[in-house]
Design a protein around this ligand. Sequence first.
Ligand code: BG6
Length: 494
Amino acid sequence: NIAPPCLLVILGAAGDLTRRKLMPALYAMHRAGHLPASFAILGTARAEMDDAAFRAAMRAACDTFGEAVTDTEWTSFAARLHYQTGNFNDVSAYQSLAARISGLDARHATDGNRMFFLATLPSLYAGIAAQLGAAGLVHSDPDGPFSRVLIEKPFGHDLASAQALNRALHDVFREEQIFRIDHYLAKETVQNILVLRFANALFEPLWNRQHIDHVQISATEHIGVGSRGGYYEESGVLRDMVQNHLLQLLALVAMEAPLSFAADRVRDRKVDVFRALRPLIGEDAYRDVVLGQYAASADGAMPGYHQEAGVASDSITPSYAALKVQVDNWRWQGVPFYLRTGKRLAQGCAEVVVQFRTIPFCAFGEEQACTRIAPNRLVLCIQPDESVRLEFAAKVPGPGMAVETARMHFGFHGRHPDAPPAYQRLLLDALHGEQLLFARADGVEMSWRFITPILEAYADHPGAEPYAYPAGSRGPVAADTLIARDGHAWQPLG
Ligand code: BG6
């Protein structure tokens, strides 16, 4: 699985993402033998640095955020690393970048293949794409060397800005050259949703409104916004987690079977799901969406959102959301999907709970005993416990016919402890031109089409401030009410 020759140009190479995620992933790929000899990395950012200083900073980053660095391996990896100072708003910077790129292409024999990773402020994406095009750095001939662009989230701020960004990118790149990152899609357990559904005869026949009562999708975090207060103020939970990660999970759970696992066939079916989401506009958004914001924990040990650096003291940015979502199609009519996500909750956990219908008739004694028989549940745990759990009824040993819930558990980690982290998978797939794990233009726009009216409903409504919940709690009580209204309850996590 060796990547093709390539020059990877990281724009925004002095930032957090490069240090925390990209460089440790690239170093691990180097160690694992995934990078060919003809592969080089050019970092660029405003910070003044030469190659040596960049290499030293990247070594420290790998030491801190990745696997332990050894001298010999670092020396061979560092020979691939280069740096160029540049201001992304300055046209002449792209001329110097072009000259540097052509020198490195020749020196590392990259065949002219290049991949641009935009790790900058999102507001710069469109301008950078235009400048790369104007400087002649993007080859568009599908039969020539490849030029690709990888873009970190957030992709747009609402529907209009996502459409504008897509237009700006399409002025320079063909859709096949654009790789929009959603790192949830690169989690092994997320990809396993498709395998579980479409490589087994067991589940798919039951995967519909006849047999499924409802679905719960949770991605809760124990951490707060930390040092990202400035970004988060602009974003809030709906943009940060729901528009992308949670709706992607929903699409994988709800989509029809694709014709093949070719990227576009899968993405076609995911877009169908986004298209089928029942809009939540105005009153519907107040009814089916609950927003929350964390306050300081009861013991004062965890600060409230308002106390975080970079956050306004009267901010109404939500850090928690619970939604009831309906997918209006043949398969899912009447089956609610409950989504919840938030920061500073009791537990950090991402999972999907598929709850099946209750049995139609109970032959085990009195009515009362039967109401205690829990429905079957299939729990797909994404993190921290990477597993699949099936809950079913079993007999309590001993006299009588008492029934209890049994749990069958499959853990991935025990079987595959070395599964590569998300960014390695994303970089390698992009280098191979594989788009399956990346969002397509229409999918991103459709998901914004669903989220934007909710954002608008809450932005313009003075009485719709988020509910406060104590840091370290289960979130606002209103989220329990939202699901209880339909006679359900959130399943305990983990
Ligand atoms: C990111 C969000 O996309 O996902 C963060 O910006 C969030 O706010 C993170 O913490 C969660 O990802 P993971 O992989 O830690 O579940």
